[in-house]
Design a protein around this ligand. Structure first.
Ligand code: ISE
Length: 334
């Protein structure tokens, strides 16, 4: 029997996930949607052929037709909804961040540890992107020796006017923080955030340049620029002792026209990471069938929020900030 999935939040990401679940994920059936804006949920329900629409996410969690829950509601609502899923014993895939607050992440991890089994996955979808997966596999083969440095670029064409300086870190660079921990199998120890001179036209500190040091002494730099104008552009180069690994450009074709040879960019992350989002959902559904967890855990969600908090401190102070992480519970042993 197909697993009944309920999606909480039908904004940009929730409606995208709902569409993917309804169209192309094996072993799952999208059965319910919820959004504080009923009209918005109803519109997505019509497109995806879903009959059950709730206005309250907690009602969706207790809906008997829902076996597992995907949370894509506003960030501050995540913690309480994930805790409700844990209380109901239902597996949950929560969009990042698990909680914007370190304490909130720790409360979720503590509840999961108390439950004694992994039910929470955090939506760091880059772990399922074919490029990053190939990079990790090449590194694991040992052919290039040990990793030394990771250079990352994260550019958005534009950010909404509500984007504040800290969100370049908590909303955008947090993906690089997670993927670097996963690629290097290491935790961050300290961070420094540099910024170019302020621009008169805007109060937003954009771009920002983050330099992070891991416990093993590896270096990771992240340029994050959310109003780069030309398109969505994510790059990474891992420098190892005997060579480098670079993500290949994502465009499947180059276009020669009007005197130019061009490589088109996706307008945003949904198109750029479409394969990763699909693979993440399929792996999540499969992991519920098999009972073998996949993807980022609640502990990874905690480490990302805590490392992001140190970056925010470094941005504010202009000084190097130390990342302090608690001891990882055995439930999250890798
Ligand atoms: C957005 O919220 C995401 O999660 C995207 O993956 C990221 O690339 C973008 O910068 C964020 O604003």
């Amino acid at each position: 029997m197909a697993l009944g999935i309920g999606v909480i939040g039908t904004g940009i990401m929730g409606s995208d996930h709902a569409g993917t679940l309804a169209a192309s994920i094996k072993g799952a059936r999208l059965v319910a949607l919820s959004d504080a804006d009923r009209e918005r949920a109803a519109a997505v329900a019509t497109v995806t052929g879903v009959e059950r629409v709730h206005v309250d996410g907690f009602e969706l969690i207790s809906d008997a037709s829902v076996d597992a829950v995907l949370i894509a509601s506003p960030d501050p609502t995540h913690e309480a909804l994930v805790l409700a899923c844990l209380a109901a014993g239902k597996p949950v895939l929560c969009e990042k961040p698990l909680s914007p607050e370190i304490e909130g992440c720790l409360r979720v991890a503590a509840a999961e540890v108390a439950a004694g089994r992994r039910l929470v996955q955090v939506g760091f979808m880059r772990r399922f992107d074919p490029g990053y997966v190939a990079m990790r596999e090449s590194l694991a083969s040992g052919a290039l020796g040990a990793p030394l440095l990771l250079h990352c670029t994260h550019r958005n064409a534009s950010a909404p006017p509500s984007f504040e300086s800290g969100m370049l870190i908590s909303n955008s660079a947090v993906h690089e923080i997670d993927i670097a921990r996963w690629l290097l199998d290491d935790e961050f120890e300290a961070v420094t955030v540099y910024r170019p001179p302020a621009r008169a036209a805007s109060a937003l500190i954009d771009p920002q340049f983050l330099v992070l040091e891991t416990r093993r002494g590896l270096l990771v730099d992240i340029e994050v620029f959310v109003n780069a104008r030309y398109g969505y552009d994510v790059r990474a180069e891992l420098v190892c002792e005997a060579g480098t690994l670079t993500l290949a450009p994502q465009a499947p074709v180059r276009v020669r026209s009007t005197g130019q040879d061009a490589s088109p960019f996706a307008p945003d992350w949904r198109a750029h990471f479409a394969a990763a989002y699909r693979a993440q959902l399929q792996a999540w559904v499969r992991s519920i069938e098999t009972g073998a967890p996949t993807g980022a855990s609640a502990w990874d969600g905690y480490a990302a929020t805590a490392t992001g908090a140190a970056c925010l401190e470094a941005l504010r102070s202009g000084e190097r900030a130390v990342v302090s992480l608690q001891e990882r519970p055995a439930l999250y042993d890798r």
